[in-house]
Write a protein that binds this ligand. Structure first.
Ligand code: CUA
Length: 315
């Protein structure tokens, strides 16, 4: 049972929470049954001719066995399974009637997320995808430098993300909840640390959430958070990060306008508490090797705590 320990929970193709993933799970079970039937037949014949009836076969019987069992039967069975697999492919990419459109770009070990709003504008977010349950979302995928692969096993199959090209995926989650996604194409030192959460909400909650995301960042509450904002602007964080409503307007790194409301930090690898924000800012180099963001371990502990407090407050 030990090897099956990794098959459960939030990141499992065998516990589908969406239409596309359900089709893939059914495909897996159909192929599994097909493989077991074929295996039993081949081994049954092998057992029969070697143990149960080890006499030489007549020429006719031997030819019949080779043509029937070696050519006809596998061709028919594999042909049926192939046709069934191919018939699922078109619906896996069907983005035509999508109600929501999201663009995701693979960056150096994080995910740039942009929701397309009704007026056509793009709303920036990062490292978390929110989706309405029961509705189809079109996800357009690309990458800035190397090939990544976008994979949320509980919702759909994986899709590669190529620099200079756009690929598409359809997601139709059916069950609200939080699912985990992971980059599925080796993309460098911290490939394994390139994850994200998908939060599936009711369509009403999703609309409300999207409206909130479009608002500027919350004003800092309390002295510590105020000091955090001052430090954020003073230390030059705004050269890479945007916090809408402040002078920080960099686009190299993740948009932080509502970073405190995300379920994880550092692209799916840390919990989202003020202490984790502090730890992340202080030790990016060891938490996520080769990430672009430098470690700010030269800052005083009080400044780091103020930064962590301020960022967690950006709900
Ligand atoms: Cu991105 Cu592996």
């Amino acid at each position: 049972m030990l090897p099956l320990g990794g098959c459960g929970g939030l990141q499992s193709t065998l516990q589908p929470a969406g239409k596309e993933a359900a089709e893939i799970a059914t495909l897996f079970h159909v192929l599994l049954v097909g493989a077991v039937v074929l295996w039993l037949l081949v081994n049954g014949i092998f057992l029969y001719v070697t143990r149960l009836n080890p006499r030489p076969l007549s020429r006719r019987a031997a030819e019949g066995l080779i043509i029937g069992g070696g050519i006809l039967f596998p061709t028919v069975l594999l042909g049926i399974l192939l046709a069934y697999s191919m018939s699922l492919m078109s619906s896996q990419r069907e983005t035509g009637n999508a109600a929501t459109s999201v663009s995701v770009t693979g960056e150096q070990w994080w995910w740039r997320v942009q929701y397309r709003r009704e007026d056509g504008s793009l709303l920036a977010s990062a490292n978390e995808l929110r989706l309405p349950a029961g509705e189809r979302t079109e996800v357009t995928l690309t990458s800035n430098k190397v090939i990544h692969s976008f994979w949320v096993p509980a919702l759909a199959g994986k899709m590669d993300m190529f620099p200079g090209r756009v690929t598409r995926l359809a997601l139709q989650p059916e069950t609200t909840g939080i699912y985990r996604g992971q980059c599925a194409e080796f993309c460098g030192t911290s490939h394994a640390l390139m994850a994200f959460q998908v939060v599936v909400m009711t369509p009403e909650d999703f609309e409300r959430w999207l409206e909130e995301q479009a608002t500027p960042a919350a004003e800092p509450e309390g002295m510590l958070a105020m000091e955090g904002r001052q430090a954020f602007l003073r230390e030059g964080c705004g050269a890479c990060h945007t916090v809408r409503g402040t002078p920080a307007a960099g686009t190299t790194g993740p948009d932080l306008t509502h970073v405190g409301g995300r379920t994880t930090l550092g692209a799916g690898i840390l919990p989202s508490t003020p202490e984790d924000f502090t730890r992340w800012i202080q030790h990016t180099d060891t938490i996520k090797p080769d990430v672009y963001m430098p470690s700010y371990d030269h800052l005083d502990q009080t400044v780091l705590e103020a930064l962590g407090h301020y960022l967690k407050g950006l709900m």
